[in-house]
Design a protein around this ligand. Structure first.
Ligand code: ADP
Ligand code: ZN
Ligand code: ZN
Length: 727
C-alpha cells in the first residue's frame, strides 16, 4: 500500500491524500503523477489528478480513504505541465484543483479517454480545383479559400465563417472531399513556405536577434500597425518549424481576425495549424489538446486559454497585440495569458515575442529595465507617410448627433474621393439614458447604480451591467410628462444620423448588437472589404486587427471620457485605443487622417499623443506612475467583495485590514467599487500594494489561508485579483 497526493476541483486552497490498495495498483498500469483517478469525496465520486506518490501521509489511518479506480494508462499531464499549473494556482492564489479543471478540456475533466484524436480535414477534388463557376457566392469563396490554403480542417473553415451547409453542398457536388486525420508527421519533411517579402532592415534585425537567441529570452516587438510585426513572427516561426518544433501564437480574438489565420495558412500551406477559441466544440478542444500533446500539430493560433495547451516540443511563443485586455481572464482564475506565456517560455527555455503598436506599460517597464529586449519597427512596411492627427476643439463647435460640422465636412471630402470613413464611439445603443425635459428624471437601472441604455431599434431599455431589460416609458415615471428624450449618444444614433445625412452612402455599424447573429460580422466585414460600405460606425470591435484597405479617415467622437476617470489606467487605455483605431486608417499606400473630437485640446496627454505618438506618451505615463508609486512600478492585488447587505460587505473587507500594518504592504480601503451597485449587490474593494512582489505574495498567501476559515467570508461573494488591469 502507498499514498497519493491529488488535486480535486473544490474551492479549497489545498490538496488531498488517498491510499492506493495494492491489488488496485497491480491490476492496472503503475500509477504516475499526471494520471487521473476516481476518488470518494464526501458522498460523491470525483475525478482527481495525481500530483505525487508518497510512502507516508499525515492523515490518520482511520481517516484516509482509498481511491476507487485508476482512469489513465499514461499521464495526461506531464511533470512540466503540472508545474505550470501549480505556479498558476500559487501566483493567482486560486485552488490548484480548480486551476487544473479550468485548464483541461471538458472531456478530460469528466474522466473520458484522451484518445479520440481524429480530425476532419477538407480538400478540393480534381474537379473542385478547376474552380468551376457556381451561383452560390459562399460556395465559390470556399473553393477559392481551399485553393489558396490547401487541405484545411473543418474547425478552421468554420472559424473563417463557412457554414456546415456550404461545406456539405460542395461535398454533394463532389467538388471537395472530407477525410479523417489521426496524426500528422510534419516534422519529418521541410515545411513548404509560401511567397514572402524581403524583410526591411529593422525587420531583419528583429528576426536575426530572435533567431540567434538561445534559451529563454523575451522580446518586445514594438511597431505601429502595418510596420510588419506579423511578417517578423512568420519568418521567425519558419525557423522554428524547420527545427521540427511547435509554436503557440496567442491572439486577442480569432473571430475578429480571419485575415491573420489566412496569412499563417498561406505562408505554411502543408503545416498543421490548429485554432483554439471559445466557439470550439468539446470534441474539437480535445482534438487540439491531443494533437498538441503528440506534436501532431505544429502551430496553434489561440485565444487566452490556449496558454494551457500541452506541447511536446514547444519552440516559441508569440503574443500578438500583447496589450489587449482580453488576455486577462476577468472571473474565476484571473490569470493573464501574456504573463503566463513568460513563465512557459522560461520553463521551456525558448523565446517569447510580445508584439504591439501600443505596448502595455507593464511590458514597456520590463523592456526599459532590460528584462525584455526591445526591438523596434519604426516604419510602416507599405506606406511611406505617417497618419496625420488633428485635435478638433469641440468648444463652441456646432454639432449634430455629437459630430462636429467640421468633421462632417472632412468626411464629405474623403467620401467624394471614393474613400471609406470610420466613425468611432465606444458606446453601443441609441443613447446611454433617457431624460425627462420637465423634471430631469433619468432612466436608471433599478438594480444597479447606473443608467439603462435606450436601444431604439428593438424598442427596449437595457442595463449594460446586469442585462435587465425595461419597457421604454412613454411618460415620465416621476412627473407624468411626455417630454422624454434620448440623452447622450450611442453608435445606433450615429448610424441613424449618418444614414440620413449621407442618404446615398451605405453605412455599416459594427458593435456587439449588430454582430450578435452568427455570421453577421463576417458579412459586414466582407461588405466593407468589397467596397460596399463607405461609412463604418463602430465601437472598439472596429479597432481590432482588421485591415480595411480603403479607410482614409478616422473620426473619434468621444475622447474626453478617458481623460478624467477614477481608474489610473484610463489614460493608458485611451492612448492605446486612439492609436489602434487610428491604425485602421491609411493602410495601403496613402497617409490616413485622424480627427479627435475633444473639449480639452490643450490636455498634455492628448498633445503628447498627437505630436509625439504612443511611444513617447507611454514613457511619459510610466514616469507618472513612478511618481505616484503605482503599478507597474509597484505590485498590486485587489480583493473585491459584493453582497446584498452593505454592512456585511464592508465588515468583511475591514476585517482583512490588520490592526498593526505589515511592513512593505500598503492597504487602501475598503472603498466603493467604481460601480457601487450591480444587480442589486453592493460592491466594495480593498487595494493591496507592495514594492516587492515576494512580500505581496507572502501577504496574499496568509490572507487566503485566513479567508478559508473566516465566517465573514461566507456571507459575501469575494474574489482576489492579482495584477488587476482595472478597478
Ligand atoms: P503589423 O503586423 O505590424 O500590422 P504586417 O506584418 O501585417 O504588419 O504588415 C503590414 C503589411 O505590409 C502586410 O500587408 C504585409 O504583407 C506587408 N509587409 C510586411 N513586411 C513587408 C516587407 N518587408 N516588404 C513588403 N511588404 C511587407
Ligand atoms: Zn419628469
Ligand atoms: Zn442593471
Amino acid at each position: 500500500m502507498y499514498f497519493v497526493e491529488v488535486a480535486i476541483k473544490v474551492p479549497l486552497p489545498r490538496t488531498f491524500d488517498y491510499k492506493v490498495d495494492s491489488q488496485l495498483g497491480e491490476a492496472s498500469a503503475p500509477l504516475k503523477p499526471g494520471m487521473r483517478v476516481l476518488v470518494p469525496f464526501g458522498n460523491q465520486r470525483k475525478v482527481a489528478v495525481v500530483l505525487a506518490l508518497k510512502t507516508t501521509t499525515e492523515v490518520p489511518e482511520n481517516k484516509i480513504k482509498a481511491i476507487f479506480e485508476i482512469i489513465d494508462d499514461t499521464p495526461i499531464l506531464s511533470a512540466e505541465h503540472i508545474e505550470l499549473l501549480r505556479f498558476t494556482a500559487r501566483y493567482y492564489c486560486y485552488p490548484l484543483g480548480e486551476t487544473i479543471h479550468i485548464a483541461l478540456p471538458s472531456a478530460l475533466r469528466q474522466g473520458e479517454s484522451p484518445d479520440k484524436t481524429s480530425i476532419n480535414m477538407v480538400a478540393l477534388t480534381e474537379k473542385g480545383a478547376l474552380l468551376p463557376s457556381l451561383k452560390a457566392k459562399t460556395q465559390l469563396n470556399l473553393l477559392k479559400q481551399l485553393s489558396q490554403s490547401g487541405k484545411s480542417s473543418l474547425t478552421e473553415l468554420k472559424a473563417l465563417g463557412f457554414s456546415k451547409k456550404t461545406i456539405d453542398s460542395l461535398i454533394d457536388k463532389a467538388l471537395i472531399t472530407q477525410s479523417i486525420e489521426h496524426d500528422n508527421h510534419w516534422q519529418s519533411v521541410a515545411p513548404t513556405v509560401g511567397s514572402k517579402p524581403t524583410l526591411n532592415k529593422e525587420q531583419a534585425v528583429a528576426c536575426t536577434t530572435i533567431n540567434q537567441s538561445s534559451g529563454f529570452s523575451s522580446f518586445l516587438l514594438e511597431g505601429v500597425t502595418g510596420s510588419g510585426k506579423t511578417e517578423v513572427y512568420l519568418q521567425c516561426l519558419e525557423e522554428v518549424l524547420k527545427r521540427g518544433e511547435q509554436a503557440l501564437v496567442l491572439v486577442p480574438e480569432i473571430g475578429l481576425t480571419p485575415q491573420t489565420v489566412n496569412r499563417f495558412r498561406r505562408r505554411f500551406p502543408d503545416t498543421p495549424i490548429m485554432l483554439w477559441h471559445s466557439a470550439l466544440t468539446d470534441n474539437e478542444r480535445l482534438q487540439t489538446w491531443r494533437f498538441c500533446e503528440k506534436a501532431s500539430c505544429a502551430i496553434v493560433i489561440g485565444t487566452r486559454s490556449s496558454i494551457f495547451l500541452p506541447f511536446l516540443k514547444l519552440g516559441m511563443i508569440v503574443v500578438d497585440e500583447e496589450h489587449d485586455s482580453s488576455f486577462k481572464q476577468q472571473d474565476t482564475l484571473r490569470y493573464h495569458a501574456r504573463d503566463l506565456a513568460a513563465y512557459r517560455a522560461y520553463q521551456h527555455k525558448i523565446p517569447l515575442i510580445l508584439g504591439s503598436a501600443t505596448p502595455a506599460l507593464e511590458t514597456l517597464h520590463k523592456a526599459i529595465n532590460n528584462k525584455y529586449q526591445l526591438l523596434s519597427l519604426t516604419e510602416r512596411a507599405q506606406t511611406a507617410t505617417d497618419n496625420q492627427f488633428k485635435l478638433l476643439d469641440m468648444k463652441g463647435q456646432p454639432d449634430q448627433a455629437g459630430i462636429a460640422h467640421a468633421s462632417l465636412a472632412t468626411m464629405r471630402q474623403h467620401l467624394k474621393r471614393g474613400k471609406q470613413v470610420m466613425v468611432f464611439l465606444n458606446r453601443r445603443g441609441f443613447s446611454p439614458t433617457l431624460i425627462c425635459h420637465e423634471c430631469g428624471w433619468l432612466s436608471e437601472c433599478k438594480r444597479c447604480s447606473t443608467s439603462a441604455t435606450f436601444h431604439k431599434a428593438i424598442g427596449q431599455m437595457i442595463c449594460h451591467h446586469c442585462g435587465e431589460q425595461y419597457h421604454v416609458p412613454h411618460q415620465c415615471p416621476d412627473c407624468g410628462s411626455t417630454q422624454i428624450f434620448p440623452n447622450g449618444k450611442g453608435t445606433e444614433q450615429i448610424e441613424e444620423f449618418l444614414s440620413s445625412e449621407f442618404p446615398q452612402t451605405p453605412v455599416t455599424r459594427i458593435d456587439r448588437d449588430s454582430t450578435r447573429r452568427k455570421g453577421s460580422l463576417e458579412k459586414a466585414l466582407d461588405e466593407i472589404n468589397l467596397g460596399g460600405a463607405r461609412i463604418l460606425v463602430g465601437t472598439q470591435m472596429l479597432a481590432k486587427g482588421h485591415h480595411f484597405a480603403d479607410v482614409s479617415l478616422v473620426v473619434i467622437l468621444d475622447v474626453d471620457s478617458g481623460l478624467y476617470s477614477c481608474d489610473f489606467r484610463a489614460t493608458e487605455h485611451l492612448a492605446q485605443l486612439v492609436t489602434q483605431v487610428a491604425g485602421r486608417a491609411g493602410r495601403s499606400g496613402e497617409a490616413g487622417q485622424v480627427l479627435l473630437q475633444t473639449h480639452f485640446p490643450e490636455h498634455p496627454l492628448l498633445q503628447d499623443l498627437v505630436n509625439n505618438g504612443y511611444q513617447d506618451f507611454a514613457r511619459f505615463a510610466l514616469r507618472e506612475r513612478e511618481d505616484a508609486d503605482l503599478p507597474p512600478i509597484t505590485n498590486m492585488a485587489i480583493v473585491r467583495a459584493q453582497g446584498h447587505n452593505i454592512k456585511q460587505v464592508v465588515d468583511f473587507l475591514t476585517d482583512l485590514v490588520p490592526v498593526s500594518g505589515v511592513t512593505g504592504i500598503q492597504l487602501l480601503g475598503p472603498i466603493p467599487a467604481p460601480l457601487e451597485k450591480v444587480a442589486g449587490m453592493y460592491r466594495f474593494q480593498l487595494h493591496i500594494q507592495a514594492q516587492d512582489r515576494r512580500v505581496l505574495h507572502q501577504y496574499l498567501a496568509q490572507m487566503v489561508d485566513y479567508l478559508s476559515t473566516s465566517k465573514l467570508a461566507q456571507k459575501v461573494r469575494w474574489s482576489l485579483d492579482v495584477d488587476p488591469i482595472d478597478m
